[in-house]
Structure formats: C-alpha cells, structure tokens
Design a protein around this ligand. Structure first.
Ligand code: SF4
Ligand code: FE
Length: 488
C-alpha cells in the first residue's frame, strides 16, 4: 500500500488540487481549512487503523486480484467473513471518530460495479471487468480514497432523465470521441468528495432505452479538468471557523460526513475508465446492490456513534449527580438495546451474504433495507433519550467566550458546576458533544443517507414475497393455492 497511515493520507491530499468552494470562496487546501479538515481527520482514521497491528485483521484484507495486502476499503468482499469484518470495522471507526469517516461509499461503489461489470460482460460481450480490475488494482496498490457518486439532482422528479427540460439534471454523455467520452451533470450529497482521490460515477436509478446516454459508470481523478465541488454547510460550522475549542462538540472530527455537490462541466473520461456505457438493463441491479451494501453499513457506523453518545450521557449523568437514578439506568438500557438491535441487523444481513456470479459477495438485501429503515427510527429515539437525560441546558449553554470572560466567567463557572471536584469545562464539553451528536445535520444524515426511508420501504415491499406468505397462510387453512374460476 503506497499510503501507509493517516499522516501520509493527509499529505497525499496536498498533492491533488480539486476545485472546491465553500461559502463562495475557493478552498486551496482541504487538509487545513477549518470546514473540511475535521472530515479529513475522520477519513484519516481508516488509514491509521490499518497501520496498527491490533486492527490489521479488520482494517486490511488480501486482494483477490493481486494477492497483496490492501485496505479493506478497497477490497472486493470474497465471503461472509469479509462482510462481517467490514461491519465490525465500521462500528470501531464510528467509536473512534464519533462521525462519518466517509470511505465506505467508495467501497460499496467498487463492490457493486465489480459484480455488475461481470454480468454486463456476460450478457453483452463487453470487456468492462478487465478494465475495472486494472483501475481497482491502482486504487488498491496506491491505497486511494474513492467517492462513490450516485445521487443526481433529478430536477423535476415526475419526469425521467431523458424527459427533463434541463438534460444536465442527470449525469450524461454529451460527446463521444474515439478515445473516450465527455460527460456533463452533477452529483449531490457527495460524502467525502473533497478529500477523496478518485470519483466513481454510477447511475442514480434503473433506466430504460430512452436513457442510454445516462447509463454511465466511469472513474476520474477529483482534480480532472471541468470538475467543481461546492462543500455543504453543517450545524455549528461557524464555531469551527472561529477556532472555538470548547463549543465545537467534537474538536478533532466532523459533525457528520462532509458533503459536497460535484459538478461535471464537459469532463473527458478516457475509454479505459468507462465501466458501463448504455447497458440500461443492468442499471437497476447496480443501484440496488450499491444501496443494499450502503444500507447494511448504517447498522455499524451509526452504532459506533451511538456508543459514543451513550458514553457521553453516562459521563454527564455522573457529572450532574443523576447517574444512580433508576429511570436514568432504564433509559441508558433502552438506548443500548436499540443500538445493539441495529448492530444485529447489520451483522445478520452480512451473515446471510451470498456470492454474485462474479464471486463478489452481496449482503442479504431484505435485511439490509430493514437495517437502514430501523436506523431512521432508532437513532432518533436514542437521540431523544439522550436529550431527555441531558436536560435543557444543552440548548441554553453559554459559550466558551463567557466562560473565559473576566466579567462573567466566575458566574458561568459557579452556576455550571455539578458534582464537587469536576471542572465545569468537563460538563460543558460533554454537553457540546451531545449537542453535536443529536443536532440537525447528524440526524438528517441518519434519516436520508443511503436512501430516504421510503426507498427502503419500496424495497422491503418488493422483496416481501407476499405470494409465498399468502401460500403459508392458505396451507395452514387448507385453502387451495389458486382459486378456480367460477363458471357462470
Ligand atoms: Fe460510512 Fe456510515 Fe459515513 Fe456512510 S454514513 S460513509 S456508511 S461512515
Ligand atoms: Fe452516508
């Protein structure tokens, strides 16, 4: 692996020069800018753990292409054990960062594209898989971070890609040259986009013959000519701009993932980096596999975050002198129960993993959808219980400036102290951490990341196999399988 640890990853980002904007200004160095640096540090943890002996088994794997040791974030899952190790790794990373470490989107992208490229080749006689393997070997050997780019802006959602007034609402081919394609469009909510090395573009939904020019899978460097990113705002990001220590919640790491709009304004993609071009019949399979992998992850990374939140609440109740209350214990028990239930579904959909024809392993898609659907409820309930236990001062707490003020500092110190001997700074830090982990951006991510709740409900219904269940009920009751037609 060329990039061997977190520090080398951060240095590697200084060698790429993506065009990134934030609050209307260009960011020259994402590793140093206060808005992006915390997310860089979260992603760096994926590299740091791989460098540590105690985590090497989880954080690295053996490439099935080269036999070399690689980061698990660039690995094609070869068996159920790989899927389970990934889940354990994500929870661990959630615990270490308390935030989104972003690198899973690329991992899910490469796994989905690998298995689908194989199937396109078999059906259409194309040669995408060999091209893809070549690119993937480069990613594995150099240990690069890939942003999996799926979500298009979609414009008027009552219309498909080819029916939009503005065709750029979906990424599409605008020119064909003998050595490659030119694409235009954008991808939204791109987690880790500004601190990745490569972009893997995939279609955002299943498409039909009318949308051939939109059925594109390809890879490009983040600083390819014509690529522009606009970094999104997050709750409390002004606090970071001003370099506040105490009020920032997680001083080292991001609020959630760090998302960006990535726009492609006539970007050239060489042929050897194109892995689907117009094979609309497999777009739905690709989207579904990507989504299922990512939905499986949420019961792992988010439980890592919940572990941190539960820990913060337990500490705060000690600082406030409420830890021994029976209702406090009961609520912490409930938070833990919800957290472990989520983790169970992440493990379960991995344990029931199955090999695609390419050999790459998929999670059980029904259980992966159930897993993510539960995140959209349980994470909110865990946050609600955390806020219940923390108390209203989370929302009314004075700032670090007041604590340090010559005029009012003594008042803040006096009236925000708790159990004797514990500095009020500790109570304030815990409060800010809980605020950051239960506030706006963090929970929106849990709701809509990896697909909004309705997307999972559609898939759960589609996979519910109602006919089989109806058959079970009828068999118990002795009702014949199919009703005979009545003769009139
Ligand atoms: Fe990974 Fe979770 Fe972030 Fe998605 S939300 S990129 S699964 S850490
Ligand atoms: Fe996400």
């Amino acid at each position: 692996m060329k990039i061997k640890n977190g520090a080398e990853y951060i240095r590697s980002l200084r060698e790429v020069h993506p065009r990134v904007y934030y609050k209307g200004r260009r960011i020259e160095d994402v590793t140093r800018h206060p808005a992006t640096a915390p997310h860089v540090r979260s992603a760096a943890m994926t590299y740091a753990l791989a460098a540590k002996k105690e985590y090497a088994d989880l954080a690295t794997a053996t490439s099935h292409i080269t036999g070399r040791r690689i980061s698990r974030f660039t690995h094609i899952h070869q068996n159920v054990e790989d899927l389970i190790k990934k889940v354990r790794l994500l929870r661990l990373l959630g615990q270490k960062t308390g935030s989104c470490f972003q690198r899973c989107v690329g991992l899910d992208g490469i796994n989905a594209v690998y298995s689908v490229a194989y199937e396109i080749d078999k059906k259409h006689g194309t040669g995408y898989l060999e091209r893809f393997k070549k690119w993937l070997t480069y990613i594995q050997d150099d240990n690069l971070m890939v942003v999996g780019a799926m979500t298009d802006p979609k414009g008027d959602r009552s219309k498909g890609p080819a029916e939009q007034d503005d065709p750029d609402q979906y990424v599409h081919v605008v020119d064909r040259r003998k050595d490659g394609l030119v694409i235009r469009g954008a991808k939204l909510h791109m987690t880790g986009g500004v601190n990745s090395h490569e972009i893997l573009i995939m279609p955002t939904m299943g498409m039909d013959e009318r949308s051939k020019e939109y059925a594109i899978v390809c890879a490009l460097p983040v600083d390819a000519p014509g690529v522009t990113m606009v970094f999104g705002r997050q709750t409390g990001d002004d606090r970071r701009d001003k370099g506040e220590r105490l009020d920032v919640g997680k001083p080292s790491f991001g609020s959630v993932g760090g998302e960006a709009v990535i726009a492609f304004e006539d970007v050239f993609i060489p042929s050897d980096r194109v892995f689907m071009d117009g094979e609309v019949d497999l777009t739905g399979t690709l989207v579904y596999r990507f989504a299922a992998h990512h939905r499986a992850n949420y019961g792992a990374c988010k439980t890592g975050l919940m572990d941190v939140l539960i820990g913060a609440i337990a500490c705060l109740t000690e600082v406030q002198g409420t830890a021994k209350g029976s209702h406090v214990r009961d609520k912490i028990t409930e938070m833990t129960h919800l957290c472990e239930t989520l983790y169970s579904s992440s493990i379960a959909c991995s344990a029931l993993g199955w090999p695609t024809p390419s050999g790459a392993y998929m999670v059980d898609t029904m259980l992966a959808n159930v897993c993510k659907q539960n995140v959209t409820r349980f994470h909110f309930e865990v946050a609600r219980l955390a806020l219940d236990l923390a108390g209203g001062f989370i929302a009314t707490l004075p700032s670090q400036y007041d604590l340090e003020s010559e005029d009012v500092g003594h008042l803040v110190r006096k009236y925000f102290s708790g159990v004797a001997g514990i500095p009020p700074e500790d109570r304030m830090k815990l409060a800010r951490l809980i605020e950051a982990m239960t506030g706006g951006t963090a929970l929106v991510e849990s709701m809509h990341g990896a697909g909004s709740p309705q997307a999972q409900r559609i898939m759960i219904y589609r996979e519910s196999n109602l006919e089989k269940k109806k058959g079970l009920a009828k068999a118990l009751l002795g009702i014949p399988g199919k009703r005979r037609e009545r003769k009139s």
